[in-house]
Write a protein that binds this ligand. Structure first.
Ligand code: NAD
Length: 444
């Protein structure tokens, strides 16, 4: 049976996109080069933690709407649209490494050369403004000997899903950004999305460069906003009778802000916000544009882990040789992704101040072990993690941690002292509880 869509790169974005498309009856073929990942997916296993995705993967494979392969040419031959969803990691300069995108485009172009029918290539990977026009188009054209916009369609459709809510975000995006090489491509891609969403979300039709730019403008805006909120939180901590929660509520109401990104905490992390902010800053510098807004957001973000560790130091009278529990290693709750997680910065700051660190995360233990090795002790449960410690830092907002009560800390810890870097508890809960409690962004 013929497939309609192929998705190249089955990481967080590619697999979520492919499986969601397939779940709505759009026959989709995934392409993954990493044999371990491919084998895991073929046996019905999602190689990362994402709610609802494992069930959806298994049911789409059973129904025959999702299939995967390691060969791009096979997928191009069998489908009409190819989404590129390979990684674009950071280089030491802050720029993105487009190596995976380029090599996928070389293979895609070679496959297009063999294929007789019209095909549409859709760039989903996050690439800096101008990459499709300056690099992707020429790479595809050189390897296919065809012309974009005439012999094949080329579009940019940046992805805004958030890990942890990837399925929900894929079905209900705030908007659909479409940058297309020509009208035929725009028409066809809209038709595909019509089939997927039934009722289209708001569509922003623009150039490929602007589509890329919109993605960066959103993520860097969020990064700047979070660093600003964290700075406000740090001021609240030292202002008598202040809590940043009330300040943010006022700010959000008056400014009509999206409250999904209004939570002060230990700094932003993950695979997108830090990387995208560095990349756009580097892109600006390269073009002679002052990037100090973004550079400040990054520098404030790095310092926020020190603010958290200072709070712990304040509660423990010095951290040297103190046993400190870290609850949460992923960059936020509901994901096992530890890429650029603020917990890792907090841990390295604690270690540099001589603390002994015991860490626990409901889902990110395996990924953390790979990075932290034997620098910290790992615990199998919250209870084991906080046992005998002199301070506990809540570094990730996992639901499991929200269920903890003062008694859990008082009975297990050597000296019960809690730093709530995610503001998951109300301070009243700890009043007269026998637990020293400090919440980020409050002096109450
Ligand atoms: P990832 O690293 O989790 O996955 C990328 C996958 O592509 C890997 O499995 C890799 O093996 C595979 N791959 C690389 N080259 C390939 C090739 N030639 N053929 C087939 N497979 C290939 O990355 P991700 O987190 O899914 O991100 C992908 C892109 O989407 C990045 O540009 C990222 O910035 C962007 N993005 C990510 C998120 C997110 O939350 N993770 C959200 C929005 C946008």
């Amino acid at each position: 049976m013929k497939y309609l869509v192929s998705v190249i790169g089955l990481g967080y974005v590619g697999l979520s996109t492919a499986v969601c498309l397939a779940s709505r009856g759009i026959k989709t073929m995934g392409v993954e080069k990493d044999p371990n990942k491919l084998n895991a997916i073929l046996s019905g296993h999602v190689p990362f933690h994402e709610e609802r995705l494992p069930q959806m993967l298994n049911s789409t494979m059973k129904k025959g709407t999702f299939e995967c392969t390691s060969q791009i040419y096979k997928a191009v031959e069998a489908t009409k649209f190819s989404f590129i969803a390979v990684g674009t990691p950071s280089k030491p300069t802050g720029e993105i490494d487009t190596g995976y995108v380029e090599s996928a485009c070389v293979e895609l172009g070679e496959a297009l050369k063999r294929k007789k029918a019209w095909h549409v290539v859709v760039v989903k990977s996050t690439v800096v403004p101008g990459t499709t026009e300056e690099l992707i188009k020429s790479t595809l054209e050189a390897s296919s000997s065809l012309k974009a916009g005439e012999d094949f369609g080329l579009a940019v459709n940046p992805e805004f899903l958030r890990e942890g809510t990837a399925v929900q975000d894929t079905f209900h995006p705030d908007a659909l950004v479409l940058g297309c090489s020509d009208m035929r491509t725009l028409r066809e891609i809209k038709k595909l999305f019509q089939k997927f969403y039934r009722k289209l979300p708001p569509v922003i039709e623009t150039s490929t460069t602007n589509a890329e730019f919109i993605k960066y403008s959103v993520n860097t805006f969020r990064a700047v906003q979070l660093s600003y909120l964290n700075t406000l939180a740090n001021l609240s901590s030292v202002l008598p009778d202040s809590d940043v929660g009330d300040v943010v509520k006022g700010l959000a109401t008056i400014m009509k802000l999206d409250n999904r990104y209004l939570r002060p905490g230990p700094g932003f992390g993950g695979s997108c916000l830090p990387k995208d902010t560095r990349a756009l800053a580097a892109h600006m510098r390269k073009r002679g544009v002052d990037a100090s807004v973004l550079e400040s957001a990054l520098s404030v973000n790095l310092k926020q882990s020190k603010v958290i560790v200072d709070m712990a130091e304040g509660l423990t009278n010095g951290l040297s040789k103190k046993r400190v529990a870290i609850l949460g290693l992923s960059f936020k709750g509901n994901t096992d992704d530890v890429r650029e997680s603020p917990s890792l910065n907090i841990i390295s700051e604690l270690l540099s101040r001589g603390a002994i660190v015991v860490a626990y995360d409901p889902k990110a233990m395996e990924n953390s072990r790979r990075i932290l090795g034997d620098k910290v002790l790992f615990a199998d449960s919250v209870k084991e993690c906080i046992k005998g410690t002199q301070c506990c830092i809540i570094a990730t907002d996992w639901r499991e941690f929200q269920a903890l009560r003062p008694n859990d800390f008082r009975t297990s810890m050597k000296t019960p002292a809690v730093v709530d870097a995610r503001r998951i508890f109300e301070p009243e809960l700890f009043r007269n509880s026998g637990v020293l409690y400090r919440r980020l962004g409050t002096s109450r």
